[in-house]
Ligand binder design. Structure first.
Ligand code: ATP
Length: 318
């Protein structure tokens, strides 16, 4: 039995290392894609996970499948397709480690996963089905995601969603908003950032969490606030958790590492969401905020996931 199966994108993030005299960056390749970072975090914290997705049958695709496997994630749900190239994302950073994205993805292999190719046995064997919104930007992966969610829901699986905006990947902002709002209404647990709340509703993180519960039927809303930590809310409890003091160099994957860490703690509590108390939300949020913040001190997504014992040590100071 798997704790979590996730469907979505797998890609290579090229981040800036140095700039030459003409301003051209020297790029360093890191494994990327939100669901991979998310599952790798769960796996690092002792949970059993599996991936559903597609890469190109090329050097980068093989590298990604290998990285996912080394992260302890089941890879039999990853197909390799020789007709498409693995998606490449170029991430440029400003002085505070904040990112701008450009994508070479026309179409990237990850978007070409069809419902027929989705390994349903992995969904059957998982407690939780997770998805992000970047698998809704293009067909056929959009239909594959929609059908996989319906399939998982029909079996009573818990559904978790981490919306991701990345404006250059959508045809329009309106399409992005429509798809993200649809995704939120499918999920029991949502991890969303304050920037995404602002994009969708132009409201505060607290009002955004309230909307998730009342208008989208979400049971646990987790709003991340960048360096300011997070805000968690259920129908019966809510809590603000500040972030620890860190020295960020690269925030890539911090949100995914927050989501994976939070879900690992939720699984450890082994309680229905409606029974979570304020103490339970603190148990989830303090660990997740600490893990995500520590990850910003190292470059990349998966390589920056901190060890559990380091997280437990650092969170004592919160
Ligand atoms: P992503 O861009 O990966 O999708 P996100 O926008 O979903 O991330 P954020 O709110 O930026 O999520 O950050 C998630 C968590 O990462 C925060 O709750 C915090 O713990 C940590 N974090 C992010 N940025 C910083 C920062 N500059 N300094 C310290 N911690 C940070």
């Amino acid at each position: 039995m798997y704790d979590v199966v996730a469907l979505g994108e797998l890609l290579i993030d090229f981040s800036t290392s140095l700039t030459d005299a003409d301003g051209y960056p020297t790029m360093v390749a890191h494994p990327g894609g939100a669901p991979g970072n998310f599952l790798a975090t769960l796996s690092a914290y002792g949970k059993k996970t599996a991936f559903l997705g597609k890469v190109g049958e090329d050097a980068f695709g093989r590298l990604l499948a290998d990285t996912i496997k080394k992260a302890g994630i089941e890879t039999k749900g990853i197909s390799m397709d020789s007709r498409y190239f693995t998606t490449l994302a170029f991430v440029t950073l400003d002085g505070n480690g904040e990112r701008t994205f450009s994508f070479a993805r026309k179409p990237g292999a990850d978007t070409q996963l069809s419902w027929e190719e989705v390994n349903r046995t992995l969904i059957d064997e998982a407690k939780i089905f997770h998805f992000g919104t970047l698998s809704l930007t293009d067909e056929p992966i959009r239909t594959a995601t929609q059908k996989a969610i319906a399939y998982a829901k029909a079996q009573g699986k818990l559904i978790t969603c981490d919306p991701n905006l990345r404006k250059p990947l959508w045809k329009s902002e309106q399409e992005a908003a429509e798809q993200i709002l649809w995704s939120l209404s499918q999920a029991d647990i949502v991890k969303i950032s304050d920037d995404e709340v602002d994009f969708l509703w132009r409201c505060s993180p607290e009002e955004g969490a309230e909307k998730l519960l009342l208008e989208h039927g979400v049971s646990l809303a987790m709003v991340t606030l960048g360096p300011k930590g997070c805000y968690l809310k259920t129908a019966h409890a809510n809590i603000h958790i500040p972030g620890p003091s860190v020295h960020p160099v690269d925030t890539t994957g911090a949100g995914d590492i927050f989501g994976g860490s939070a879900l690992s703690r939720f699984l450890e509590l082994d309680k229905p969401i409606c029974h979570l108390t304020e103490e339970d939300l603190a148990y989830i949020g303090r660990f997740a905020v600490t893990a995500a913040s520590l990850s910003t001190e190292k470059p990349g997504g998966i390589p920056s996931i901190p060890e559990k014992k380091q997280v437990l040590k650092e969170m004592k100071s919160l």
